[in-house]
Every structure is written in C-alpha cells, then in structure tokens.
Design a protein around this ligand. Structure first.
Ligand code: C2E
Ligand code: MG
Ligand code: MG
Ligand code: MG
Length: 288
C-alpha cells in the first residue's frame, strides 16, 4: 500500500528493498555487542603447495553466528564493520585468534620439517591499514603468542593499495622488514599497475579466482593461459610467490601447477572449516 491513513504518510515502494535496509541497519547496530558476546568465529582454509601437495598453512576467514539469522559470511558484515569503524577491534580479534591458532598448530606438528611450521594468512581491511596501532598491535599479538613474524602473512587487496602514498605503505613496510609476509589479495581484478608492484612491500601475489575459473575448460582459453603465464613470470622475477584462489577441480590445479603457480587454495582441497580440520589434512599429508 502506498499511503497510510492519518497523519503519518509513508510509501512502501519496494518492501523487499526496505527489508534489506532494515536488516543492514539491524546488523550494523548489532555488531559491537556481537563482538563482546563472542558471536564471531573463524574458519580456516588450507593453503596447499602445488608442487608436492603438502599443506603449508591456512587463511583465516571470519564468520558471524547471528542469533536470529544463523551463520553470516564476511561479505554480509565486513563492509558494515568498515563503515562504522568496528573493523579495527574486530580485525584485531581475528588476528589474535589466528596467531594463537598458528601457535597451537606448531605445538601439535612441531616445526613441520623442511616446509617449516604451518603459516597463517589474515585479511586486512583498508581501514586497518590507516589505523595508527597496526604495527604495534601486530608485534604485541605475535609476542604474546610466541609466534615468529615469518609465520604470519597479511592479505591486503590490490584495490586498497592503488595509488597508495608512502604514508599508507609505511606500516606495511615496517611489518615486512620484521619478516611478516604481505600478500596482494584478489590480484588481477583492479587496475593492476604492474610497474607499481616494485614499490609495494609485498612478497606474495594471490591471483584472483576469476583466473582459476577460466582454467575450467580444457584446453583453457589460450589468452588467459598467456596472461597467467606472464603474471607468474613477472612475479617470480620480482621474487614474489604466486598463490591461486578458488581452485575447485583437479584439472585447474594441474593447469596452474604447469603454469608455475606456487600455492593453491580452494574447495578442491578443502572448504574453510574449523581448525581441527587442518590438523587432519596436515596429518594425512605427513603420513602420506
Ligand atoms: P578473500 O580473502 O579473497 O577470501 C577468499 C574467499 O573465497 C573466501 O570467501 C573463501 O571462502 C572463498 N573460496 C575459497 N575457495 C573457494 C573455491 O574453491 N570456490 C569459491 N567459489 N570460493 C572459494 P569468504 O569466506 O566468504 O570471504 C569473502 C571475503 O571476505 C574474503 O575474500 C575477504 O576479503 C573478506 N574477509 C574474510 N575474513 C576477513 C577478515 O577477518 N577481515 C577482513 N578485513 N576481511 C575478511
Ligand atoms: Mg584473502
Ligand atoms: Mg582473495
Ligand atoms: Mg577473492
């Protein structure tokens, strides 16, 4: 109905859009209490070495167990948390939990032989980059957990660093100097300025899922093959490792391995899951 009787006139042009707005608003206002009540949890998705198939680490992916709506993925609430600034304490919480988890993995599997201990990848929002506490918080969290900086990789999206000036890069540089790896996430989706790569303190390129998807058909699109081949060659010549996202089939994994990618992540290996799952995967791997 377009109008209500009486003094309060309102229009419901699109009830569904309205409901979405209410949910968005509701979710936004519920975020701080959710963090206090411990409604967030982290799933871990293994990172697998394409050469030998061993599990090298995992990416931490945050979820919200909402009392009414069930489990919400990060795409539903990270933008809201960024908008309100809650991303800073939430991101710090994710980092702390993930680093402690890395410590537990190390206790469980030891130093992991030649490949080293299982490493942990944590996503950073652009707002966290500009927050002055980033470097000190990270140092404190690593120290409290007794985890070496080189066991941590922080993932920053390519778009967050487009046109980044030196002030924005300074904290990342300091972290990189300490031994923390910086990965350029979703690489290839933005306006990749390849020459710009040299300026960024990154040591890993995470090729976006769209490239992996184009390896779906066999034979894959020859132009896409050339592009990935070129990116890998450039990355390796700059001493960057290449990780591929969204690997869903063995054929994709094989194609990407042939193209020279180093590490892979995707449903073909494992969906994101509880930390115990990584124990199982790494153990299977260790015992053959
Ligand atoms: P991302 O960092 O690019 O993470 C990869 C996303 O791809 C994850 O979605 C993962 O579940 C999904 N994925 C993994 N393998 C496959 C596959 O084989 N096929 C397909 N179709 N998808 C796959 P998720 O968990 O929904 O996370 C979405 C995004 O939310 C992440 O993208 C990241 O940008 C952001 N995010 C997640 N956790 C955090 C966090 O703690 N802090 C911040 N700032 N952002 C986060
Ligand atoms: Mg990521
Ligand atoms: Mg990614
Ligand atoms: Mg992505």
């Amino acid at each position: 109905r377009a109008k209500s009787a009486g003094g309060n006139r309102f229009e419901l042009a699109d009830p569904e859009a309205d409901a979405r707005v209410i949910t968005r608003h509701g979710l936004t206002t519920a975020l701080p209490a959710a963090l206090e009540r411990g409604e967030f949890f982290i799933e871990y998705q293994p990172l697998v070495h394409l050469g030998d198939g061993s599990v090298r680490g995992a990416e931490a992916l945050v979820r919200w167990l909402h009392p009414q709506h069930g489990v919400l993925g990060p795409d539903r609430f990270i933008p809201l948390a960024e908008h309100t600034g809650l991303i800073v304490p939430l991101g710090r919480w994710v980092l702390e939990q993930s680093v402690r988890q890395a410590r537990l993995w190390r206790e469980r599997y030891g130093e992991g032989g030649a490949a080293g201990p299982l490493r942990i990848n944590v996503n950073l929002s652009p707002c966290q980059l500009t927050h002055p506490g980033l470097v000190q918080d990270t140092v404190d969290i690593l120290e409290r957990a007794g985890v070496a900086p080189d066991a941590l990789c922080l993932e920053v999206t390519e778009s967050a660093l487009i046109g980044a000036d030196d002030d924005l890069l300074k904290p990342l540089r300091r972290l990189a100097e300490m031994g923390v790896d910086i990965a350029l996430d979703d690489f290839g989706t933005g306006y990749s300025n390849l020459a710009n790569l040299r300026r960024l303190p990154v040591s890993v390129l995470k090729l976006d899922r769209s490239f992996t998807q184009s390896m779906q058909q066999f034979p894959a699109d020859p132009v896409d093959l050339k592009i990935v081949e070129g990116i890998v060659a450039l990355a390796h010549s700059l001493d960057l490792a290449v990780t591929v996202e969204g690997v869903e089939t063995g054929a994709q994994a094989e194609q990407l391995r042939i193209l020279g990618c180093d590490t892979a992540q995707g449903w073909y290996y494992a969906r994101p899951g509880p930390p115990e799952r990584l124990h199982e995967l790494a153990l299977v791997d260790a015992t053959g």
